[in-house]
Ligand binder design. Structure first.
Ligand SMILES: [Zn+2]
Length: 63
């Protein structure tokens, strides 16, 4: 199992890779950095997630 903070970060990444708003680019092909409420919510979740890591479950693996 991932620790809660890492799991929240992965959810944020997965969202950003998939989300039309988060991946929108401007005319130069640069990320347009649009405001995405869903990404904001996931980021908040990540910020609030407990950081401490239980060593018995910390293997750094994927789910
Ligand atoms: Zn998004």
């Amino acid at each position: 199992m991932l620790n809660p903070q890492r799991a929240a970060l992965l959810r944020l990444w997965n969202h950003c890779l998939d989300c039309e708003t988060c991946t929108a680019t401007d005319e130069h092909g640069v990320n347009a950095d649009l405001k995405c409420p869903a990404a904001d919510a996931l980021y908040e979740e990540y910020r609030r997630a407990p950081r401490h890591q239980d060593l018995s479950t910390a293997r750094g693996g994927r789910p």
